[in-house]
Design a protein around this ligand. Structure first.
Ligand code: FAD
Ligand code: UDP
Length: 367
């Protein structure tokens, strides 16, 4: 029998938030992750040159949830940071989301805000129902902007056409007629002042929490019979892919250090909708604000095989997930929470919110 009340699988935001909430409520928790570090995909570290990088892709924290922000603020100070993104297209760098500046730059115009609205009204291709990501994009900006900025990127990122993806993917990116060039408009936009790894270390620093990294669920399970399991890994893997594998999109990250370049690009992220096999380049310095005489950049190459990074939002996948979800609901003594366990394209704050809800319900659920 386990000496712990809970065995938590996965030390990303989902598992680590659950661990802390339950430990604060007096429960004994053992947290395992098969990777050799905590933090899940939000993990960061210094590279060989002393630049803080995000090895699993750029992670920019943003939320409209005050409770989520206040919970995380117990474990970190923050650095104000609003992400800006430009797309490299037709030899130009244009703001994403599309705004007045993007239109003027791409088409050599001088539109004011009202003019930008009229321009988009003229070029958009209204759709009655917004079912797919293609519907969302052409409905708001029309075919030409769709082809310049969205179709190629999406094809690379997902291996699918916009028309094969649910509306929710493209709906992540709004369209603006003003000059606001921020990627997000959330009320709270901050980066952890000393990085995500430090945030996780503080969150998990509690006498009620023990952590084993480099440890798979299957090995941990043997020693923790009787403990309630909180599982944050891929839901189909938990059930041995009984109904077949759920599709995920993976990435290969290519890191490069440029010792004598102070700044490689004007913003933290530059996307390449139509050129190259990679989708975007991140220059970490912009995100962390940490000074360095050189800089480190990272290119993202999407691929089908490899670690599961993205659930792929489309109706067939959703239907398959629902079958796994039905199995999960019948499973006693196991809670499924997180981006992979819920097969949802969730941002960090949404995962924290889900984990807070799940763990607080379990904490009130004394045997
Ligand atoms: P994860 O972080 O994936 O953690 C799950 C953990 O479970 C993993 O560490 C894994 O090793 C472990 N695990 C799985 N199976 C087992 C097993 N059998 N045994 C042991 N351990 C196991 N969100 C934002 O808000 N802003 C962003 O800018 C942002 N950028 C992103 C960029 C990329 C490229 C990606 C992929 C995601 C991004 N996200 C972003 C989303 C963010 O990564 C997730 O919302 C969040 O990290 C999910 O946390 P999680 O705990 O659910 O999952
Ligand atoms: N997207 C695009 N062109 C861009 C940026 C984004 O077509 O220059 C589309 C693409 O389909 C992408 C989606 O918008 O998958 C969501 O982008 P986001 O930046 O939210 O993706 P993430 O950071 O989660 O990978």
């Amino acid at each position: 029998m386990s000496t712990h009340d809970f065995l938590i699988v996965g030390a990303g935001f989902a598992g680590s938030v659950c661990a802390r909430v339950l430990a604060d409520a007096g429960r004994k928790v053992h947290l395992v992750d098969r990777r050799d570090h905590v933090g899940g995909n939000a993990h960061d570290r210094l590279d060989a040159h002393g630049v803080r990088i995000h090895p699993y892709g750029p992670h920019i924290f943003h939320t409209n949830s005050k409770p989520v922000f206040e919970f995380l603020s117990r474990f970190t100070d923050w650095r104000f940071h609003e992400l800006r993104v430009v797309a490299a297209v037709d030899g130009l760098l244009v703001p994403i989301p599309v705004n007045r500046t993007s239109l003027n730059r791409l088409y050599g115009l001088d539109l004011d805000e009202e003019g930008a609205r009229r321009f988009l009204d003229k070029v958009r291709d209204p759709r009655v129902s917004l079912r797919t990501s293609e519907d969302v994009v052409v409905h708001s900006v029309g075919q030409d902007l769709c082809d310049k900025l969205f179709r190629g990127y999406t094809r690379k990122q997902w291996g699918l056409d916009l028309s094969e993806l649910s509306a929710s993917v493209a709906a992540r990116i709004p369209v603006r007629c003003n000059d606001d060039d921020r990627y997000f408009t959330d009320a709270f936009q901050f980066m952890p002042a000393r990085g995500y790894a430090a945030l996780f270390d503080r969150m998990l620093d509690h006498p009620g929490i023990t952590v084993s990294t480099g440890c798979d669920f299957l090995d941990a399970r043997r020693d923790h019979a009787g403990a309630h399991v909180i599982y944050t890994g891929p839901i189909d893997a938990y059930f041995d892919h009984r109904y077949g594998p759920l599709p995920y999109r993976s990435l290969r990250f290519e890191h490069e250090h440029l010792p004598s370049v102070r700044s490689f690009q004007p913003t933290g992220i530059v996307t390449y909708p139509n050129d190259h096999a990679f989708t975007r380049i991140t220059e970490a310095k912009h995100l962390t604000g940490e000074p360095h005489r050189g800089t480190s950049i990272m290119r993202e190459y999407p691929r089908a095989e490899g670690d599961p990074y993205y659930p792929i939002p489309r109706p067939g996948n959703e239907a398959l997930y629902k079958r796994y979800e039905a199995l999960a609901k019948r499973q006693r003594g196991v809670t499924f929470v997180g981006r992979l366990a819920q097969y949802r394209y969730l941002n960090m704050d949404q995962v924290v919110e889900a984990a807070l809800g799940a763990a607080r319900a379990l904490a009130g659920d004394r045997p």
